[in-house]
Write a protein that binds this ligand. Structure first.
Ligand code: ADP
Ligand code: MG
Length: 153
């Protein structure tokens, strides 16, 4: 399967879905997150980061551009590029090192970083449906397909 759809009735469901995805990300992944402001990209990321074992706060990287989390086996980098003035800034931030092997990158507003980001393994799109959100996950390569398969089982 290359695409999965889920209806998430409230923000708790969006967090829970992120947590459910976490165990499928052990080999690492680059995940692009799409959706309007308030669609739930940060809420979803919070679930993933907590699902990977982080117990504390998961702040939105609105002003910092990136928040990082270190686990024993991998690191997670949560980006929000909305305020990135120029994609070239990513180069100066030294993000190239972030995208190593088994790390997980969750990237809000990847459009702003075009040309300076690795290809996505997976894209997640969130769309308003009243109070609920329609989440669409799309695999972009074999790694993405494996993640979707692990999620389904
Ligand atoms: P984004 O990062 O896409 O701008 P956030 O995750 O920061 O969005 O904010 C989503 C907002 O919408 C939060 O205030 C959250 O409580 C609310 N919300 C309501 N329903 C949902 C839902 N089903 N999934 C995610 N967030 C929801
Ligand atoms: Mg956000």
């Amino acid at each position: 399967t290359k695409q999965l759809n889920f209806l998430l009735p409230d923000s708790d469901a969006t967090v829970a879905f992120g947590k459910r995805l976490a165990p499928a990300l052990k080999q690492g992944a680059v995940i692009y997150l799409y959706g309007d402001l308030g669609a739930g990209k940060t809420t979803f990321s919070r679930g993933v980061v907590q699902g990977l074992g982080h117990n504390g706060n998961v702040k939105s990287p609105t002003y910092t551009l990136v928040e990082s989390y270190q686990f024993s086996e991998q690191s997670v980098f949560h980006f929000d590029l909305y305020r990135l003035a120029d994609p070239e800034e990513l180069e100066f931030m030294g993000v190239r090192d972030y995208f190593a092997d088994n790390n997980v990158s969750l990237i809000e507003w990847p459009q702003r970083g075009e040309g300076f980001l690795p290809e996505a393994d997976l894209t997640v799109s969130l769309a308003y449906e009243g109070e609920a959100r329609q989440l669409t996950m799309t695999a972009k390569n074999v790694r993405g397909i494996a993640i979707l398969a692990a999620l389904k089982s």
